[in-house]
Design a binder for this molecule. Structure first.
Ligand code: ZN
Length: 109
């Protein structure tokens, strides 16, 4: 769920909002005092993305350093992203291969 936290600069309350694509950001209001003077809080929520949104947000044109691949969840992301773009359903077999790669098992295709 795309939940973001915003801190109210009037009363310092931290508000959590479910932000959908169609949610106009200027419609957000502090639930405590009603102020619209809110600023985004970068919380741990940002790292708890669903697998689907990780794939959606993955930018194949961006260069990823070695840090990127230290997160084993990113292994196979490029392939998944490409296949999704192409509308290819890789099926459970591919997912199993990616899972194995991520867990460091040898891949035998
Ligand atoms: Zn407030």
């Amino acid at each position: 769920m795309p939940i973001y936290e915003y801190r109210c600069s009037q009363c310092q309350r931290v508000n959590s909002f479910l932000i959908l694509k169609e949610t106009p950001l200027d419609s957000l209001q502090c639930k405590g005092c009603g102020s619209q003077d809110l600023s985004r809080v970068l919380s741990k929520f940002a790292y708890h993305k669903s697998e689907a949104s990780r794939i959606d947000e993955y930018d194949p044109n961006k260069r990823h350093g070695s840090e990127f691949y230290k997160d084993t969840r990113n292994i196979g992301l490029h392939a998944q992203n490409r296949m999704k773009e192409l509308g290819v359903d890789l099926g459970s077999q591919f997912d199993a291969v990616v899972d194995k790669a991520r867990s460091g098992e040898l891949i035998d295709i």
